[in-house]
Design a protein around this ligand. Structure first.
Ligand SMILES: Cc1cc2nc3c(=O)[nH]c(=O)nc-3n(C[C@H](O)[C@H](O)[C@H](O)COP(=O)(O)OP(=O)(O)OC[C@H]3O[C@@H](n4cnc5c(N)ncnc54)[C@H](O)[C@@H]3O)c2cc1C
Length: 358
């Protein structure tokens, strides 16, 4: 197995993320089966990979401000409880007890559930160490620059060092997946948000949960530019704060002039007691998603040996299970889970006859 990585390992969204193994806002049905199975695997993954990544169980608080969000969250919490997840609705008094530093007067209450949390950079390192131990070759700073396609098969992957051949090719390039797939003649309408985040200096224990807002996805996927706070204290004591989000058609890693100040302002509105905390570092990354907000995982239509895996959405909790399913598909082994809902064929290429002339 050979991995080509354009930059450094974890240099995309995976190394920039908040490290939440999300369950709270998880979808219902088969996708939730994947989330719960993945969470169970994460419990044992440090031992299996033989490398620590700061795994722990951590409660997630979804702060609910608007009345219109209350009943849907009551229903989601009831669903999570039914699926065996520890979850509850909190009234303002419970919320104040759960997070004493939170200025919670504008909130109707919160939805709480027990999730998982990890250090994403250490998780990537753990997978890389285990993959190398098992014989995989990982080549950072080696972008795939194109494909040689013959008769509906990828017969070569182009790199600056020459053409590489493989029995099967996996394109799993996050926000870049749409462009990379197009280079092989495939199609996937990958969209992405440009998300900014920051981390503080290590602080004494202050927060007890990951804390976010009920209108997170509504805010970040509908506005051109928005801030929706998510914050958790890391094992190091640092506060990791996400995200200021902007829609963009270009993938880049630069911080804007407005994002970090807006994040800091919103954080202080929620936690005035953090006014003296110093920020250490900020970053930005492109987080991919598809129009139906489901992943794309499957053989690319029209290309016999090219598998695509992108736009996972609930990436961390589903990763251990999905990565095994992807490996099984590439090795022509029986797939341990049903991936049919995620097949990329649900996005047929646009009909050129209908494209506006330009
Ligand atoms: C601020 C922020 C917070 C987030 N928080 C969470 C969270 O708490 N929990 C969660 O589950 N998800 C979270 N996400 C989403 C999650 O990070 C992404 O869904 C996930 O990292 C996507 O993984 P990926 O491997 O598809 O993409 P990426 O991690 O972006 O990896 C794609 C890789 O492909 C490489 N590449 C691109 N082009 C080429 C090429 N031509 N050749 C070779 N390599 C190439 C890139 O360099 C990159 O390293 C967050 C995202 C952001 C931005």
């Amino acid at each position: 197995m050979l991995l080509l990585e354009a930059g450094s390992l974890g240099g995309g969204a995976s190394g920039a993320c908040a490290g939440r193994a999300q369950i709270c806002e998880g979808p219902r049905g088969a996708h939730m089966d994947l989330v719960l199975a993945g969470l169970a695997r994460l419990e044992a993954l440090e031992a299996e990979l033989d490398a620590p990544f700061e795994w722990r169980r951590l409660g997630n608080l979804v702060l609910i401000e608007h009345e219109r969000h209350w009943q849907p969250w009551v229903e989601q919490i009831a669903y999570l409880q039914q699926r065996g997840v520890m979850a509850a609705m909190l009234d303002p008094a419970d919320l104040a007890a759960a997070e004493p530093l939170l200025r919670g007067d504008r909130f109707r209450g919160a939805a709480w559930c027990l999730e998982g949390h990890l250090n994403p950079l250490k998780l990537i390192r753990a997978y890389a160490v285990a993959a190398r131990r098992l014989g995989a070759r990982l080549r950072p700073h080696t972008p795939a620059t194109g494909f040689q396609v013959t008769g509906g098969r990828v017969t070569g992957v182009k790199t600056a060092a020459g053409l590489l051949s493989a029995g099967a090719v996996l394109v799993t390039a996050g926000a870049w997946t749409g462009d990379l797939l197009a280079a092989a003649g495939g199609h996937l309408p990958v969209q992405f948000t440009h998300a900014e985040a920051l981390i503080s200096e290590p602080l004494p224990p202050l927060l007890h949960h990951h804390i976010g807002l009920a209108d997170f996805y509504e805010t970040i996927h509908t506005a051109e530019r928005a801030v929706s706070i998510g914050v958790a204290q890391q094992m190091s004591g640092a506060l990791l704060v996400t995200e200021a989000v902007q829609r963009t058609r270009t993938i880049h890693r630069t911080n804007s002039g407005w994002g970090i100040p807006a994040l800091a302002r919103d954080l202080l509105t929620l936690f005035p007691a953090l006014a003296q905390a110093r920020l250490l570092r900020a970053w930005a990354a492109s987080s991919p998603f598809l129009p139906d907000e489901l992943p794309a995982i499957g053989w690319a239509p029209g290309l016999d040996n090219l598998f695509v895996a992108a736009c996972f959405l609930l990436t961390i909790p589903t990763l251990p299970v999905l990565s095994e399913a992807i490996a099984a598909a590439l090795l022509s082994q029986p797939c341990p889970v049903d991936l049919s809902a995620f097949h990329p064929a649900r996005f047929p290429p646009p009909d050129p006859a209908r494209s506006p002339a330009c």
